[in-house]
Design a protein around this ligand. Structure first.
Ligand code: DGL
Length: 267
């Protein structure tokens, strides 16, 4: 689709709008980067799917997207997809792939108490990938994990301008703080890209908690990987492409346009 190398986009991929929390950081670092944001609404939520379903679905969809949009780089802005399928995607694509995995390392560096929390999808919190992040970066710390699938729906609803029951946020934080040693928890990893979109609401429930996510690190990584590349002189119109029905995206248009995503298409 794209012919001039300057116009080759960065392709973002998530099950829904969660990846906007990563896009926000990348746009701050690279304001003129052409963007294609792909949301697999036909597959949302990923968090309740099996490893086999995700490992089959994500590389296949990304293959089609890369063929259509010829991106210079792919960002899988989804912890669930990455903790399960990052290696499969890298093996299947011939473009650089930047992944999003729970920010356990920065959380461990920030914790004073040695007790850190992870909020993610059910699929993410059970992954061996998380065990390895814990062992590699926080071996001397206690990691409390809690699956908070309700927060995915809450973030989607918020971005559509819909009201969300505030008890959703109370339940999510309670899922960590009510565990053994939960009273010592001082840093919580938002290990699903939807969750930073409701960080203010979570902070209202837990005002002394420090929340961390991977978006800033991903933006730094993308800037590094593209440091010798050229970008257009002005920001181009961004493309939002969904695997689901287009009429279901009408209520998202205002939020998407604040990210410059004004062309809405189906895959
Ligand atoms: N945004 C996704 C993540 O980072 C998953 C949301 C879902 O589809 O369950 O894990």
């Amino acid at each position: 689709m794209t012919h001039s190398p300057d116009a080759a986009p960065i392709l973002f991929f998530d099950s829904g709008i969660g990846g906007l929390s990563v896009l926000r950081a990348v746009q701050a670092a690279l304001p003129n980067a052409p963007i294609v944001f792909a949301a697999d609404y036909a597959g949302l939520p990923y968090g309740t799917k099996t490893e086999a379903e995700i490992a089959a679905r994500v590389p296949a969809l990304l293959g089609r997207l890369v063929e259509r949009y010829r991106p210079r780089l792919v960002t899988i802005a989804c912890n669930t997809a990455c903790t399960i399928a990052l290696a499969h995607v890298r093996a299947a694509l011939d473009v650089p792939v930047v992944g999003t995995v729970p920010a356990i390392k920065p959380a461990a560096e920030a914790s004073q108490t040695g007790v850190i929390g992870l909020l993610g999808t059910a699929a993410t919190v059970r992954q061996g990938y998380v065990d390895r992040l814990h062992a590699d970066h926080a071996a001397n710390m206690k990691l409390l994990r809690h699956a908070a699938p309700e927060l995915v729906g809450a973030a989607e609803a918020k971005m559509r301008g819909e009201a969300v029951d505030p008890l959703v946020y109370v339940r999510a934080m309670g899922g960590l703080t009510e565990q053994t040693s939960g009273d010592l928890l001082d840093v919580t990893v938002l290990g699903c890209t939807h969750f930073p979109l409701v960080e203010d609401e979570l902070r209202a429930v837990a005002p002394n908690m420090q929340f961390v996510d991977g978006a800033a690190g991903i933006a730094r990584r993308i800037r590094y990987l593209t440091q010798n590349q050229h970008w257009p002189d002005t920001p181009a119109e961004g493309i939002f492409v969904s695997t689901g029905p287009l009429d279901a995206l009408e209520s998202l248009r205002p939020a998407l346009s604040t990210f410059g995503l004004t062309q809405i298409k189906s895959l």
